[in-house]
Design a protein around this ligand. Sequence first.
Ligand code: UD1
Ligand code: CA
Length: 460
Amino acid sequence: MGFKVIILAAGKGTRFKSELPKVLHKILGKPMLWYVVKAAEEAGADEIVVIVGHKKNLVEKFLEEENLPVKTIVQKEQLGTGHAVLCAEETFKNYDGKVIVLNGDTPLINPEDIKNLVSIDSDMVVLTGETETPRGYGRVIRDGGEVLKIVEEKDATDEEKKIKEINSGIYAFRVKPLFEALKNLKNDNAQGEYYLPDVLKIFKEKGLKVKAVKTEDFNSIMGVNNRYELSRAERILSERIIKNHQLNGVTIHNPESCYIEPEVNIGKDAEIFGPVYLKGKTSIGERCTIGAFTEIVDSVIEDEAVVKTHCHVEKAHLKKGASAGPFSRLREGTVIETGARTGSFVETKKAHLKEGAKANHLTYLGDCTIGENTNIGAGTITCNYDGYNKWRTEIGKNVFVGSNTLFIAPVNVGDNSITAAGSVITKNIPENTLAIARAKQINLEGRAEKIRERNKRKKK
Ligand code: UD1
Ligand code: CA
């Protein structure tokens, strides 16, 4: 059965004490609103409408940047959740099906719960849940099995406050009676707002069919109204994501300390040692190992590649079986081919290390190609920046770069060549060549003794 969705996202979120609208606060790298839109999509919505208002430009900008398939409607003044839905009347005037209302601040909503609401035959269905800590939520007032009304915390009597069944703020409606009822809402309540849950009573008075169904997973309807709840929602979502990877064949040690964003892919038999941060659109292949204290952002780590402990990897690509770390920093545009590796305190940017190339210690490789099986000695630096422009260093295959070599780019090194340790290379090196570019050593015998005597005299 087809259905449309309205997501309420116009509120300010006063309890967040923030300049940012509430629905843009992030859980595992994505705004809360993103999760709600994804759940609606996954449940099979035909159309998704987002009600925006407070700082709407920011919310609209985010929706556009993420390319989410939604339409926005503006609620100029935030007069309550009922008023927010009423703003969508024009958009729905030629529609006679079902509409699901979701909240932008209920990010953990399960697509299954949405599908369930759609499948129930009724004029209105409200999704409820039971909790030992109902504070802040609207309470569901029943008489026997039948639902009578929903009372907001601020309007509830002490007796009503004890009720543990709460309103999720998520509903299914037949659209025609919904908009009729919304026009009859009053705002004579503690907050002076037009409450969406008040349509329940109006439906009942009109003899329309109203049902309340309880979710089995309370987390799915958890409302996030402040930063404490934000962190709790993040923990719950994190557990969901990690469990999913585990059930798909990924070994995760120390899972409580792992931060894995929702768009990260991990292949089976990969092994992850927490704490780690895996962010953005990172993809990790099968049988990879990711060491502790490592952060990987928007990167591709192919099968069997290894990223050891204490690495920072961003927009980089490790090919099958490549290896990095411990303590490597791989920046944007880095490509490490099969059998190539970077070791401790190696920083790379737009560096292409071809098959079998090695940079094991203390090195900066920027804007460069390192040919097959070339060995980069400790302390090597590609001096790629002259204060104005970036220049490339091209090093061929089977080159042996002596320790502490500086390449003043642009500069090329031919295959099979060698640079002497401590060289400052300013000119191209042909193939098969030994390049020595350092001052010649002079040994002055006996001079050490004289210097010591002179220094002693000075001290007096
Ligand atoms: C609401 C429900 C409450 C329920 C709870 C579940 C009402 C009156 N109360 O309370 O019964 O238990 O959700 O989490 O509906 N919004 C607008 N325009 C407005 C006001 C709010 O778009 O004028 C949006 C907010 O951005 C938010 C959502 O509606 O995404 C809910 O508003 P919020 O103020 O958080 O309602 P609660 O007090 O949590
Ligand atoms: Ca809320």
